[in-house]
Design a protein around this ligand. Sequence first.
Ligand code: UDP
Ligand code: MG
Length: 323
Amino acid sequence: MQKPILYIVIPCYNEQEVLPVTSGMFLKKIQDLTAQGKIAEKSRVMFVNDGSKDKTWEIIQELARQDEHYVGVCLSRNRGHQNALLAGLMTAKDLADITISIDCDGQDDINAMDSMVDEYLAGCDVVYGVRSKRETDTWFKRTTAEGFYKVMNALGANTVYNHADYRLMSRRALEGLAQFQEVNLFLRGLVPLVGYRSTSVYYERAERIAGESHYPLKKMLNFAFDGITSLSVKPIRLITGLGFLISLASFLGILWVLLTKLFGVTVSGWASMACAIFFMGGVQLLCLGVIGEYIGKIYNETKARPRYIISETTFDHQKSEDN
Ligand code: UDP
Ligand code: MG
C-alpha cells in the first residue's frame, strides 16, 4: 500500500505571536511521522491566513520560503474560523490523502496525531480529537461549553461531545463534505452527517501559547445559536408545543372567566390581565425572533454567496497536483 500524503490544515487569524512557536512543532510532527514510515514525503503543513491584520501572512510566506514542507493559503478577507478551515480543507482535498485540522495556538495536543494516523491506517475515515480534560480552560469556559453541548444535543444538533475542530478526515470524507454546500457553516455538526467509519482519540487540552482567544462569551453564544439553528428545526417545533400549551391554558382561563361571570362574582382583575398581556407579548416576540432567525438563514442560503475567496497561495496549484 502506498503511504498516504498528510496535510495538517491550520486556520490562523492574527497569530503572529503564536506562529513562530507552533509552526516548528507541526513540522516536526510531519517529519516524525514520515520517519516512522506512516506517511509520505510529500506531506505538508498548510496554514490558512484568515485575513489577519498583523504579520501572520508575512510569517507564513517566510516559513514557506525556508522549508518546502510549509504551504500557505491566503483568504481575501476575514471569514471566520469555520470558513477559513473549510478553505484549507477544500484546497488540501485535491493534494492530500488525509487532512488533520487543528488550531494554531498549541492548545490541542499535537501528539494525538500519531493515534489519529494509526486509526486511519486501521480503516477509519474520520477520527475525532476529543478533549478528555479541560482543566486549563477557565471554570466559566468549561461550564458554558458543557452547557453548549448538552443544549445542542437536546435540540437535535448532534455533535461529538468535547470535540472541537481537531480531527482527521480522509479524502473521500472530504469529498463527502464538499457536497454540503451550505453557507451557514458548522463543521463539527456536519462531519458526523458525512458518515463513513469514525472513531475518537482522547487528549488533554493545554493553555494557549500566546495571544488571546478569539471566542469571548458573546461570540461563543452566537456560535452556539448558529450551530443549533443551522443543524436543527427543533426550536420551531418547541414553539409550536409552547403555543399549544398556552392555548390550552387560555382555554381554561376563558372557562374560569365565564364561570365567575355566570355566578355573578365581580372581579376587578386588572393585575392578572396586565400580567397576561406582558407575558404573551414576551412569548410572542421570542417566538417571532426564533422564526426570524430561520428566515435569516434561508435568506443567506438562497443567496449562496461564496464561503471564502482565496487571494493567493505560496504554491502553484498545478505544480502541486503533478507532484
Ligand atoms: N481563527 C480564524 N479566524 C477567526 C478567528 C479564529 O481562523 O476569525 C483561528 C485562530 O487563529 C485559531 C483557531 O481559529 O487557530 C481557533 O481560535 P481561538 O484559539 O481563538 O479559539 P478558542 O480555542 O479560544 O476556542
Ligand atoms: Mg484556541
